[in-house]
Every structure is written in C-alpha cells, then in structure tokens.
Design a binder for this molecule. Structure first.
Ligand code: ADP
Ligand code: MG
Length: 252
C-alpha cells in the first residue's frame, strides 16, 4: 500500500491550524466526547476513524460549529472560535449525503454560500468556473441535483466547499454512498485536490484504505476518546492496542 508522508510534522516546522483542547460533548447527562486534545498542522490531512457511534461526526460538527462545544477550547487559525457561528470559522464541510439544495441548479448550489456573504458576482462566477473545471462538472452546471449521479453530486458538494476558499475542509464519510469503483475514483480525486490546494483537512471515514492512503496522521477514536494518533504506518505496524489493530493494524 502506498502511503504518503508529505506534511512535515516535526516540532519546529509544524504550524498549528486547528487545536482542540480538552474538548468535551455532552447530550443531557450523557458524555459522548471526553477531553479530546488534537493539534492539527497547517496543510495536514488528518483522518478520523473508529466504530459507528464513537463520536466522529460529533467531533467534526463541533469543529464546524454545527454542534455546541460542552467544554474545552477550539482554536482555528490562532483564534478561539467556540462561540463563533459556522460562517465565521473559515472552514467548509462536505457531508455524506451531499446536502445540496434540490431546487437550485449546480451553479446556484455552488454560488449560494458566497452570495449570502455578499461576495461580488464576478468573483463568484470566477470561482465557480474554476472549481467546475478542477472537478470536471462544467457540463452539469445548469442541472438540478436530482439529474445527477451520486458521483457527480459528490463533486458538486466538494465544489461548493472549494469556492469558499476556506483554510480548512471537513469531510464526513464523503464517499460512503458511492459504489466501490466510484469510491476509488473519488478518493484519488480528493488526494489530487489536497495536493493542489494544501488546505488543512479533517476527514472522517470507516474505510481503512481511505485512511491509510489519504492521511498524514490517523486518529483512532474509541467511545469518545483518542485510542491512538499517528502516521498511518506507525499505527499499522505498531498499534497501541487490539482495538487499533482491529481498525488499521497489520493482520499479522
Ligand atoms: P459517529 O459519527 O462516530 O458514528 P456520532 O458522533 O454520530 O458517532 O455519535 C456519537 C454518540 O453521540 C453516539 O452515541 C450517538 O448516539 C450520540 N449522539 C449523537 N447525536 C446526538 C444527539 N443529537 N442527541 C443525543 N445523542 C447523540
Ligand atoms: Mg458519523
């Protein structure tokens, strides 16, 4: 398996883009995220894995600002953003179900967020064209989401995130609704996109191959706690527990 090692995470060089400090989440009396600490380096591709219900989406949604943080501090770009709404966080999220507006064309879906922010029309048009070119979705710009395949919808969802030119992207199992062949194609597409844009990325998946091939570092979550965090090969060859081995460890 080819595993990359692109971002230099050595102490002197890494600039922290997103810092989670003692992050907690409770729903009523139920605590689902327990004091999570992660320093995400600028330009890093960080992959979150773990069993269903371990808190991956909750963690991502707190970073995005879609879920209130119950405790701890979240720092994005050197600023504590706990109280900031999603639109003020300089990040864009791509969802598993794409979350496109059904009544808008692809072009309108991609332009909508920028329009709401009051971005100039010429700037919006330029960014939409550029993103459409990168993602090869120009032929579908005037179509509605219902007239697109799953793979095409996923590209539109990514395009909508790209046009915002955020400093970080958040992905929540973006490929899990696609068939196996398309998943491979889109995974390569995401890797290419990351190499081109070098934006900090937090990517949730339960697919071992996605985690191993895309990640600079992998975080293994278990019941709302970090079980292990490290480069793919470290976790693969030196899993800290049976739990980690089960997820990404070498079968030997
Ligand atoms: P994952 O994405 O890893 O599958 P989630 O982050 O969706 O896990 O969920 C983590 C835990 O939080 C689960 O036990 C889930 O049942 C619980 N949970 C998620 N959202 C809510 C909610 N709105 N109210 C109560 N519990 C929730
Ligand atoms: Mg989830």
């Amino acid at each position: 398996m080819k595993v990359k090692g692109r971002v230099d995470l050595s102490e002197e060089k890494a600039v922290t883009a997103i810092a989670l400090r003692q992050i907690r989440k409770t729903y009523g009396s139920l605590e689902v995220i327990h004091d999570v600490d992660i320093d995400i380096a600028s330009g890093e591709f960080l992959v979150l894995v773990g069993p269903s219900g371990c808190g991956k989406s909750t963690l991502l949604r707190m970073i995005a600002g879609l879920e209130e943080i119950s405790g701890g501090t979240l720092d994005i770009g050197g600023k504590i953003v706990n109280a900031l709404p999603p639109s003020d966080r300089d990040i864009a999220m791509v969802f598993q179900d794409y979350a496109l507006y059904p009544h808008m064309s692809v072009r309108e879906n991609m332009a909508f967020g920028l329009k709401m922010r009051g971005t100039e029309t010429a700037t919006i048009d330029g960014r939409v064209s550029q993103a459409a070119d990168i993602l090869k979705i120009e032929p579908f710009l005037e179509r509605r989401p219902a007239q697109l395949s799953g793979g095409q919808r996923q590209r539109v969802a990514m395009g909508r995130a790209i046009v915002r030119e955020p400093s970080a992207f958040l992905f929540d199992e973006p490929l899990s609704n696609l068939d196996a062949a398309l998943r491979v194609e889109m995974r390569l597409e995401i890797a290419k996109l990351h190499n081109r844009m070098k934006a900090t990325t937090v990517y949730v998946t339960h697919d071992q191959v996605e985690a191993m091939t895309l990640a600079d570092r992998i975080v293994v979550l278990n019941a709302g706690k970090i079980e292990q965090i490290g480069p793919p090969l470290d976790l693969y060859h030196r899993p800290a527990s049976l739990f980690v081995a089960r997820f990404i460890g070498s079968p030997t």
